[in-house]
Design a protein around this ligand. Structure first.
Ligand SMILES: *Cc1c(COP(=O)(O)O)cnc(C)c1O
Length: 241
């Protein structure tokens, strides 16, 4: 188990390196976030002990369950799943950043809780660049307005934009999603909104994402192997919006 993970990590690191060379970027500017949904704390520890520093969880329950086992090894945890407002307190306890912010109602509730605890939180705006009904995230045409409104919430620190691209083997259609996210970033930067990070790209499209400017890629399968649940279980959850 350990050797497989270490070997997979080397392969992923090499893919990042190669993609950076191809797109004239430095690999230092691309952070690897390990998407650890369904992955045991034991396996995650192997990656952390090998020097990885960033993980992402989709479910508050998994975040909570693994926290104690992982806390001995220094790392950061981002929340990358759909956040229900009744889980806000717990997420703020265990996550360093919330990448999946997609409604002002949620932002309002976050702000309220943060005021109560006298702290702040780093967030990303999740944008639905593929415009698939099943995916969470705000509509691309509303992103700028959303970012401007976020500025009223002084305990919410906007770091950047996140997207789950189209799940497709057609590279160019996936690329279009990432290009769209980058165009939205430009819009924001032009308005002096400091959305410097672009969280995009997964196991299947690391290269495309890096070529289009990803600063964080989120990789699960390529490091930990395939999962028994379909991703729709995590991305859709069948919750009414
Ligand atoms: C699972 C997941 C990933 C990683 O997907 P892989 O194909 O396993 O690399 C990235 N982002 C989010 C939001 C995820 O839920």
């Amino acid at each position: 188990m350990k050797d497989t993970i270490l070997n997979n990590l080397r392969i992923v690191r090499q893919r990042i390196e190669n993609a950076c060379i191809k797109s004239h970027r430095v690999s230092h500017d691309v952070q690897l976030l390990l998407a650890t949904k369904t992955v045991s704390a034991d396996k995650i520890s192997v990656a952390l002990e090998a020097g990885e520093t960033l993980i992402g969880e989709n479910k508050v329950q998994e975040l909570t369950e693994k926290f104690a086992a992982l806390r001995a090894t220094p790392h950061q945890t981002h929340f990358i799943g759909h956040l229900q407002s009744n889980k806000i307190k717990e997420v703020l306890k265990y996550a360093d950043c919330i990448q999946s912010v997609d409604s002002l109602a949620l932002v309002g509730k976050l702000q309220k809780q943060l005021e109560a605890e006298d702290k702040s939180v780093a967030i990303f705006i999740q944008v639905n660049t593929s415009r698939e009904q099943s995916k969470f995230g705000i509509d691309p045409t509303n992103a700028l307005e959303f970012a401007l409104q976020l500025q009223q919430f002084e305990r919410i620190r906007l770091k950047g934009l996140m997207t789950i691209g189209l799940f497709s083997a057609e590279t160019e259609r996936v690329r279009a999603c990432y290009q769209l996210l980058r165009r939205i970033q430009h819009q924001l930067l032009q308005k002096d909104i400091p959305a410097f990070e672009l969280s995009m790209g997964m196991s299947g499209d690391i290269e495309t994402a890096i070529e289009e400017g990803a600063t964080i890629i989120r990789v699960g399968t390529a490091v930990f192997g395939s999962r028994s649940y379909p991703d729709s279980f995590y991305w859709n959850e069948n919750i009414a919006r």
